[in-house]
Design a protein around this ligand. Structure first.
Ligand code: ACM
Length: 526
């Protein structure tokens, strides 16, 4: 391995040395700072020339680090999809001359402050992408993808060059958590549909997808110790469709696909309310009392179901369920829901949340719950997800918890854009693209210190949608705006500027066959 490391280093050095001898191309003046990057980087410094990407450009990566090589291969694959040629990756033994190279470099520079920080140094003959970790390299690769123009310049040499503006990009996220949520319980989405959503989110530097796996209308993850959850609970969904579920192998496939994009999956088992499908599968779980008797539910009502909170058998069940999920989930979090338990008595609710949180901790994970869980005495490692009660988020924060910002009025991807929207609900109001963008997660809750905000998540509930096209209609373009709220500094966020950059996403969205909502607020590129 050492010899390979030396070899690649030697190649990079010798390439750098001989490039000065190449004949000069007169590149047109470029402006790195005017490329419509989303999310907007911390800083760009244009040097107004160009790197001419072509099929002979080589990708090289830090030796001895397979994860950096993987980032290089991902870049090569995406360049192939966009431009139709395959660049070599770490192919140092090839005979053909390398004119230009992209070097993805592991660096321990103190300027790279977070695991996702990266720097791009773009010169005429080389691009250096520096990152401390492969996650940072991967985020930088997304920026590089966005820097490659759609059109080649065919006049500078005897073959086309795709001109990447020269200069420097310094970048890092402002929040460590940038997520979206997909409700696969109200309607089931296939593994391929989830993968496509992950792919789109990764391009905009998201690092988490929260899967709402269970609700009144369906249970979507195989639990080997309790098979009826999917045999019975997996067969239903809103509107009476056939439902579906992920086998544990399916779930692992989704996790791997996300991990390949440096994203984590957060599994949610929503409880003690939203549990009709589980109680229908195993009636001993049902609370009785005010809670509706379990039956197949395909309607959109909420707040009528509850687990029994005082039976040891319920906690033994949850120990199995959480244990199995923890064992197949590499990410640090398990979401325990906790919202809208309207038929659970308050003292029972508190008892339940505290017991379930301990089970999550026992399996080495951190718990996340919707903001209602702040009524309980929480472990400081537990995270509260604000959706409707800023004061609950504040209470959780006072107890040491960190907060995920998902205020329904601003971030719920299932709210209609406007009165013309084909899909979506309106209970939290309509959320046009500008309303979704024009708010500050940093200031939304008065008095909440920024350090206690883990990040931003945009949830997509699926009562009114059941396939990729409908998912994309609600998620895009709004999810693109939330990527910027999570990643970019407040001083780099501006609606007018964002609106222009958003308009330029059309070639990417079209290439990916995304059924985005063509909001009239945006002058979409032709
Ligand atoms: C929620 O919207 N019930 C979290």
């Amino acid at each position: 391995m050492l010899s390979r490391a030396v070899l690649i280093f030697a190649v990079v050095i010798s390439l750098a040395a001989c490039q000065s001898q190449k004949k000069e191309i007169n590149f047109p003046k470029t402006d790195l700072s005017s490329v419509p990057l989303i999310p907007k980087p911390v800083k760009t410094v244009p040097t107004n020339s160009a790197f001419g990407l072509d099929s002979t450009t080589a990708i090289l990566t830090s030796a001895n680090d397979p994860a950096f090589e993987k980032a290089g291969r991902f870049l090569a694959e995406k360049i192939n999809a966009k431009l139709g040629f395959k660049l070599s990756v770490n192919n140092t033994l090839e005979e053909k001359e390398i004119d230009r190279f992209i070097y993805i470099n592991q660096s321990d520079s103190i300027d790279l402050k977070t695991t996702e920080s990266y720097q791009l140094y773009i010169k005429k003959d080389s691009i250096y992408l520096n990152a401390k970790t492969a996650a940072g390299a991967f985020r930088g690769v997304q920026t590089l993808r966005q820097l490659i123009p759609e059109q080649s310049n065919d006049t500078l040499t005897d073959h086309p060059l795709w001109l990447i503006p020269t200069g420097k990009v310094y970048d890092e996220p402002q929040f460590e958590y940038r997520g979206a949520m997909l409700d696969v319980a109200r309607h089931f989405f296939t593994v391929d549909e989830v993968k496509k959503f992950i792919d789109l989110l990764a391009y905009y530097k998201y690092n988490a997808l929260h899967l709402h796996l269970t609700d009144d209308q369906g249970w979507r993850l195989e639990i080997k110790s309790w098979p009826k959850l999917t045999e019975i609970g997996g067969k239903t969904e809103v509107g009476g469709g056939e439902g579906g579920f992920y086998t544990q192998e399916d779930y692992k496939e989704i996790i791997q696909y996300a991990a390949d994009r440096h994203m984590i999956i957060i599994p949610e088992i929503d409880m003690p309310g939203h549990t009709n499908a589980a109680s229908l599968s195993y009636p001993f779980l049902h609370a009785g009392g005010k809670a509706d008797k379990p039956r197949v539910r395909t309607d959109m009502k909420v707040g009528y179901s509850s687990f029994h909170t005082r039976k040891d058998t319920v906690y033994a069940f949850l120990d199995d369920v959480i244990g199995e999920i923890a064992s197949i989930t590499p990410g640090p979090y398990i979401h325990i829901g906790g919202d809208e338990s309207h038929v659970t008595k308050k003292k029972d609710y508190l008892h339940f949340v505290e017991k379930v949180e301990k089970i999550v901790l026992k399996y080495g994970k951190k718990a996340i719950g919707w903001n209602e869980i702040a009524q309980a005495k929480l472990d400081p490692s537990t995270i509260a997800q604000l959706w409707n009660e800023p004061h609950s988020a504040m209470k959780a924060a006072e107890g040491g918890s960190r907060i995920i910002m998902s205020p329904a009025k601003k971030t719920y991807l299932d709210m209609k854009y406007d009165s013309l929207s084909q899909y979506g609900l309106t209970w939290a109001g309509m959320i046009p693209v500008d309303v979704g963008y024009n708010w500050s997660p940093e200031n939304y809750v008065e008095g909440l210190p920024k350090e206690q905000i883990l990040g931003v998540e945009a949830p997509l509930w699926s009562e009114t949608i059941s396939n990729s096209a409908e998912l994309e209609y609600l998620a895009f373009p709004r999810a693109i705006g939330y990527s910027e709220l999570g990643w970019s500094k407040p001083e780099n966020r501006d609606w007018e500027d964002f609106r222009q950059r958003l308009a330029q996403q059309v070639p990417f969205l079209n290439r990916m066959e995304v059924n985005y909502y063509p909001s009239k607020l945006i002058d979409w590129a032709e």
